[in-house]
Ligand binder design. Structure first.
Ligand SMILES: C[S@@+](CC[C@H](N)C(=O)[O-])C[C@H]1O[C@@H](n2cnc3c(N)ncnc32)[C@H](O)[C@@H]1O
Length: 275
């Protein structure tokens, strides 16, 4: 499984807590069914405009300590079309990372590319808080960090607003009943296409064989091929495309997989949108 390798001493997958109280009048069995129903609907609603984040988590409140550069939930959807002008107050290519994790890629990228505006995001509360603490030590002129879900990008960014989207070593959701939670599928590809400018790029890397196969299946669908040119599709990046941009850096999780000699799957999808 991709997330939580032992050497990171992290708890197994933690999905965001959807813990609004259920009706106490319901029997225990009814509460269980109601809870399950909520979770299923939650997944479908994520791509709808009127979706609302609901949770209670102490780290969510603590994130307000960093509100100079951290935004949370619906707050992340209030700058649509205005990230450069309102938030960064400068014109620059806008880069978006989904699942920044411990922030290594985000920080390296910002350091090596001072002339981009970078928006990183992650959905885990404690991890986001810990990364915010780390980010607070840097000048945040060129980045913002969001506690938000990648499924919501089309409500965060205006059509044609983003130049690049990075999606590295995502949670693979290996169990069949969880596949619907995988981000890489048509609604996300459509949202990515919408927010990327013409010629904008979606970069993806994963160690996970089955999620990679799933991604290939989705990017090869006729409706996806209408949106993106597949500029790179490799099951073994360092063997097959060692000179590609994606082979020029390793994320924190990637280093762990490389140590275990796992091949890295990598994809570059370029928007076919016309200018
Ligand atoms: C396995 S970690 C990889 C972190 C980093 N990209 C790396 O390569 O080192 C995946 C991260 O994606 C986050 N994540 C998973 N699904 C997400 C979603 N739908 N939106 C935002 N973040 C998500 C997880 O919370 C986790 O921190």
């Amino acid at each position: 499984m991709t997330d939580s390798p032992n050497n990171l001493k992290e708890k197994p997958k933690e999905s965001p807590k959807m813990d609004l109280p259920l009706d106490p009048e319901l029997t225990e069995a009814q509460q269980l069914t109601e809870g399950k129903k909520r979770k299923t609907n939650e997944n479908d609603r994520l791509y709808q405009k009127d979706f609302q984040y609901h949770h209670r988590n102490p780290y969510h409140e603590k994130l307000t300590e960093f509100d100079e550069f951290v935004m949370r939930d619906s707050e992340t959807e209030t700058h649509l079309g205005n990230w450069n002008k309102e938030v960064f107050k400068r014109e620059a290519p806008l880069c978006v990372e989904i699942g920044s994790g411990y922030g290594h890629f985000m920080l390296d990228y910002c350091e090596n590319n001072p002339d981009v505006n970078f928006v990183g995001m992650d959905l885990r509360f404690k991890r986001t808080y810990n990364l915010a603490k780390r980010l607070a030590k840097f000048s945040y002129k060129s980045f913002r960090y969001l506690r938000a879900r990648g499924e919501r990008i089309e409500f965060m960014f205006e059509e044609n607003e983003a130049d690049r989207i990075f999606y590295f070593f995502p949670d693979p959701w290996p169990k069949k009943r969880h596949h619907k939670k995988r981000l890489f599928q048509m609604p996300f590809l459509q949202a990515a296409y919408k927010v990327l400018r013409p010629g904008g790029t979606l970069y993806v890397k994963t160690d996970h064989t089955h999620y990679a196969e799933w991604m290939i299946e989705h990017m090869d669908k006729p409706e996806a091929l209408e949106l993106f040119d597949i500029k790179l599709k490799t099951r073994d990046l360092y063997k097959e495309a060692p000179d590609h941009y994606l082979a020029s850096f390793q994320t924190k999780f990637e280093k762990i997989f490389l140590k275990k000699e796992q091949p890295i799957n990598a994809f570059e999808l370029v928007s076919k949108k016309e200018k």
